[in-house]
Design a protein around this ligand. Structure first.
Ligand SMILES: CC(C)(COP(=O)(O)OP(=O)(O)OC[C@H]1O[C@@H](n2cnc3c(N)ncnc32)[C@H](O)[C@@H]1OP(=O)(O)O)[C@@H](O)C(=O)NCCC(=O)NCCS
Length: 374
């Protein structure tokens, strides 16, 4: 029996949710090109689209927004648990995973409860970690605006909300990523949504997946000035280091999500952000692509989603430990959509393994064993 470590090239599901074309550099979300959807839709529209397979009517959207808004508050036991997590100083992703499991305490629709509470969990925990009182959610704000509001205590301006919506829409789904596959496997056993999403968070946390846009930002800060970009980046490549935010396992052309996020970052920075940082990042990107082509010819190493995620989230005022949790606040909508899709045409996902261990015979004379002489 041959094995396929990592299941590369294995097609394990049919989906109407997203199409990732690594060779063509195309990402389709719910039928739309990623750029078109990400830059125009609200996050509520995107979540509805993925869950229902069509764009919501005005009425659907109003009801959906209201239903999400009324579910934002956390059960008291969840808040107590987050306080305990903060005392133990665990990471935001660990706290999110622990708290996500407690969403089973809420009554009603599990999908809505999960989607609605993720921003509250992250923001509440963030305040506890900083010894502050959490900011209560506001029902009159959109999902994205309320998240920013709960983090900072200030109602964000329209530009920051648009930047956040664009980010959340861009990363909402991406084929059968490790976390999405995890959620589908759990769902395939006819388990519940909270279990599937808690498992998916475990997969998301790993550095090979939810990853670290943090290091990409660190690299830009380390360079500090465009005139130093070439010298620093050459030094890194020659020392065998990977340039963070470049290269991708699937995309061998520019990651289409990088384009969307670059445009969103540019829009946000031009309308009142740190233009120096934006210009620096553009210069670092151009130099990195030129040097990667020089040192790794024929590899087509291009900018990936992490590079501009880092810049955009930083521009939105989010600190690095919030990057992967914010990714999860978006991706939970995609995970749920995949779970619902899996349920519609379910077959338990149960691959095989090949035994490569030895055969043994249990020693007869061992005390307490049934075979031992009396
Ligand atoms: C994403 C990543 C893991 C993909 O790895 P991969 O599929 O093994 O990459 P490839 O097979 O295309 O690599 C081809 C060559 O380019 C090199 N390479 C790939 N990405 C590189 C990078 N960002 N910087 C420098 N060199 C890189 C590889 O080391 C390899 O070199 P070699 O042939 O001399 O050994 C890798 O590009 C990477 O580590 N990037 C930086 C981290 C990052 O941004 N991660 C977020 C991804 S969304």
């Amino acid at each position: 029996m041959s094995t396929n470590k990592g299941l590369e090239g294995v097609v394990a599901a049919e989906t109407r949710l997203s199409m990732v074309d690594g060779a063509g550099g195309e990402l389709i979300l719910g039928g739309f090109d990623v750029a078109e959807l990400a830059m125009n839709a609200t996050f509520e529209e995107t979540a509805w689209l993925l869950w229902h397979g069509e764009m919501p009517s005005e009425e659907d959207l109003t009801r959906f927004r209201a239903a999400l808004a009324e579910r934002r508050a956390l059960p008291p036991a969840t808040v107590d648990l987050l306080r305990g997590c903060a005392a133990a100083r665990i990471s935001v992703m660990d706290a999110l995973r622990i708290a996500a499991g407690t969403i089973s305490l809420m009554k009603g629709d599990e999908a809505m409860n999960l989607l609605a509470t993720f921003p509250t969990i992250v923001a509440t925990y963030w305040h506890f970690l900083h010894d502050r009182r959490p900011v209560a959610p506001r029902a009159d704000l959109s999902h994205a605006a309320n998240y920013l509001y709960m983090l900072s205590g200030d109602v964000p301006d329209a530009e920051r909300v648009r930047g956040t919506e664009t980010y959340l829409n861009t990363v909402v789904d991406h084929g059968l990523s490790a976390s999405t596959f995890t959620a589908r496997v759990i769902t395939s056993t006819e388990s519940d949504l909270v279990s599937a999403i808690t498992g998916a968070l475990g997969a998301m946390k790993g550095p090979l997946h939810g990853g670290a846009p943090g290091p990409a930002l660190d690299m830009v800060f380390e360079i500090g000035d465009a005139s130093r970009a070439e010298q620093v980046l050459r030094g890194k490549i020659e020392a065998g280091e990977k340039l963070m935010g470049f290269g991708h396992r699937v995309y061998k052309v520019r990651d289409p999500r990088a384009d969307v996020l670059a445009a969103a970052a540019e829009r946000m920075f031009t309308r009142g952000g740190d233009m120096h940082l934006y210009e620096l990042a553009k210069a670092v990107e151009a130099t990195a692509i030129r040097l990667l082509a020089e040192y790794k010819p024929g590899r087509n190493l291009q900018t990936n989603v992490e590079f501009y995620t880092a810049l955009l989230l930083h521009g939105l005022g989010l600190e690095v430990p919030l990057f992967t949790p914010t990714f999860s606040i978006s991706r939970v909508a995609g995970w749920i959509a995949h779970c619902l899709e899996q349920r519609k045409d379910n077959r338990i996902i149960r691959p095989q393994s090949v035994y490569v261990g030895v055969r043994r015979v249990y020693p007869e004379q061992r005390e307490g064993s049934l075979a031992a002489p009396r």
